[in-house]
Ligand binder design. Structure first.
Ligand SMILES: Nc1nc2c(ncn2[C@@H]2O[C@H](COP(=O)(O)OP(=O)(O)O)[C@@H](OP(=O)(O)OP(=O)(O)O)[C@H]2O)c(=O)[nH]1
Ligand SMILES: Nc1nc2c(ncn2[C@@H]2O[C@H](COP(=O)(O)OP(=O)(O)O)[C@@H](OP(=O)(O)OP(=O)(O)O)[C@H]2O)c(=O)[nH]1
Lengths: 189, 189
């Protein structure tokens, strides 16, 4: 997706060989037109999957997920990492490990919104070590839904998330695949 | 906004005389088509404000904010309530008090994305006691931006947020105004 690659080249900041900062258009400021195009592109790549639900996780996954939801006219559910005053009924919980923080946290959805046989597309902004994606897959599977694909805006292909998910047989579509962040430079596949 | 009022009447659940649950279309599952219409409606109500930025707060404010951002073609910034691995530069911080939790928390944005003389529209899902809105206003004002309005999906008009903000001279547009949640019933103005 050229528009995205250009945005990353022009506005992305390499913070270390492991971290790319894209706060100016994804993680703090959001470019709505870009996200709209991201939604269109995900819809194109997952055509014929008969998606019935989109599952993401707060916060940066919400924008790309809702634009895909608009394009496909399907509901979007965002899993929560923290308690909410209304998310208190019929919960499904999955544990997600953070290597950076050296801790494991609960990620939660309500069974009220994902049903047996829903065809769920998982969407997130980054794919790094894959723990968040695995957590969302686990939630969908606890609900007996089918995970029909995983849509990622930026994949750090030098981390293990992609291969972890591919080995398990999931269909991943990453709109930007980063080969390396070494020497302060973004290089794409 | 009829579509919204119908959604609240059909899917809203009154949890107490102070809390309305709308997890099925705003706070956990999101209805993208409804949010698209919310964006159109906010744009209509704030026409001629020459909005240059939309400011919201994670997580439930993001969807309505990005659809308004799409409609107006302006960037959206979401303030953070928790640390993020990339939000670490040029921070502006505001304290927001939670009556329920009896605690005060930091809400943060980066100065890199809101500029002096930006015409900022604040967007959020709920307006209750107004503390979150005041926190966002404070952030925008620390950046010397102009808060040109506040767009709210659901206002609980029996709580003090609306009058607090009106007294300070802000232009508020609430798409649903709830007079009462007594006796398990939603009644609108
Ligand atoms: N900008 C940026 N972010 C990265 C990068 N690699 C991972 N992340 C994000 O950082 C957060 C790190 O998550 P951790 O749970 O601490 O995981 P980890 O240490 O095992 O990688 C996640 O954001 P999150 O919890 O989903 O946060 P939110 O933005 O949705 O609130 C993830 O998406 C990167 O190279 N650049
Ligand atoms: N569903 C629902 N939510 C309400 C209602 N009244 C307030 N809220 C939300 O509850 C959260 C309460 O915030 P607190 O900071 O604890 O504030 P408070 O006790 O002073 O009201 C806020 O969500 P938040 O922090 O913005 O959470 P998020 O959903 O964006 O993650 C606010 O939007 C209500 O009647 N119904």
């Amino acid at each position: 997706m050229n528009l995205l690659l250009e945005k990353i080249k022009n506005e992305g900041r390499v913070l270390s060989e492991n971290v790319l900062k894209v706060d100016s258009f994804i993680n703090h400021q959001i470019d709505p037109k870009l996200m709209y195009e991201v939604g269109i592109e995900f819809a194109r790549r997952f055509k014929n999957k008969q998606i019935t639900k989109i599952l993401t996780i707060e916060s940066s996954g919400i924008a790309p997920a809702v634009f895909l939801g608009l394009e496909l006219d399907v509901p979007v559910i965002f899993a929560r990492k923290r308690k909410s005053i209304t998310l208190n009924d019929n919960l499904l919980v999955s544990k997600v490990h953070s290597f950076t923080k050296q801790e494991t946290n609960d990620v939660t959805i309500s069974k009220d919104y994902i049903f047996e046989n829903d065809n769920v597309l998982i969407v997130d902004d980054f794919l790094a070590n894959g723990q968040a994606a695995l957590g969302l897959i686990n939630l969908a599977e606890q609900a007996n839904a089918n995970v029909v694909g995983i849509g990622i805006i930026i994949e750090k292909s030098f981390q293990e998330g992609r291969s972890l998910l591919l080995e398990k047989g999931y269909h991943i579509e990453s709109l930007a695949r980063i080969k390396s962040l070494a020497n302060g430079q973004v290089s794409f596949y």
